[in-house]
Design a protein around this ligand. Structure first.
Ligand SMILES: [Zn+2]
Length: 283
């Protein structure tokens, strides 16, 4: 499932190649991808609009729309890839991939295509953007570590009185938006903290280490254009894979030597999710 670094890579791709283009046509295939609103309403809301920006909160892409009848802005196309969604920018006439759910034609002849075999992903046009630019539909999301920033005091306040495991805390999108299974494991390794530790058990120095690890791991993963696993589900807007998977220290490395100390990486279940960690480097 694409997480913050993968979605940020797509956002940067949109900013470089799609912002400033106008939507000429919208075609939808299947019934699952647009489910928060009438699909005809989404088509009407998108058609003829200018792609006026590219933002992201957590794992959601938010594409502000301008050039509407009478108003400028105030609406945005929201894209959530969920398990298996891909957003691709292709030239006119590129063969239609299997499982294509939406094709948005642009005024230079190129197309934005949403491909999603498992159909958990979704598209919707949100209105009533907050002053921050965040749609009110995403109001329940916690702070995004890159967009909003996070410091040790704020993290301590979020973790205090939470008896859940640290990994569960990091995966809770209402606490912090954007971190999923891969980066939670990598962040906790970098911070030297075990995934099953109770969130409320951290000492102040550990809050500091965790905040630093969140920033460092996410920044490095964005620089590497995200992680593409062996299923090759995540590709950037141009269809190229990321390379951060080459730097994973613990994720999906069960039994392989820890890069820090050589101890075999351990896999456990934490609140129903798998978690990978080093018994020697993480406490
Ligand atoms: Zn180790």
């Amino acid at each position: 499932m694409p997480e913050l670094p993968e979605v940020e890579t797509l956002r940067r791709g949109l900013e470089a190649a799609v912002v400033g283009r106008r939507v000429c046509s919208v075609a939808l295939f299947g019934e699952r991808t647009v489910r928060r609103q009438d699909p005809a309403q989404l088509v009407a809301a998108l058609s003829g609009r200018l792609v006026s920006g590219a933002a992201r909160w957590g794992k959601y892409l938010v594409v502000p729309l301008g050039g509407g009848a009478g108003d400028e802005g105030g609406e945005a196309l929201v894209v959530h890839l969920r398990m298996s969604g891909q957003l691709l920018h292709v030239g006119a006439g590129a063969p239609l991939a299997h499982h294509t759910r939406a094709v948005i034609g642009l005024d230079d002849g190129s197309e934005l295509r949403f491909v999603d075999p498992r159909t958990f992903g979704e598209l919707f046009v949100a209105d009533a953007l907050e002053a921050s630019g965040r749609p009110s539909a995403l109001a329940a999301l916690g702070p995004d570590p890159l967009v909003d920033g996070i410091d040790a005091d704020r993290l301590a306040a979020l973790a205090k009185r939470r008896r859940c495991a640290l990994k569960t805390l990091l995966l809770d999108q209402k606490v912090l938006a954007g971190i999923g299974n891969i980066y939670a494991d990598e962040i906790l390794f970098r911070a030297g903290l075990r995934p099953a530790r109770a969130a409320c058990s951290l000492a102040p120095v550990e809050h500091g280490r965790l905040v630093a690890a969140i920033g460092e791991v996410l920044a490095a993963a964005v620089a590497a254009r995200g992680s593409t696993l062996s299923d090759a589900r995540y590709l950037d807007l141009g269809g190229a894979p990321g390379s951060y998977q080459e730097h994973h220290a613990v994720y999906a490395r069960t039994g392989a030597p820890c890069l820090g100390c050589g101890t075999p990486v351990t896999r456990v279940r934490v609140a129903g999710r798998s978690a990978h960690f080093c018994r020697s480097c993480q406490a």
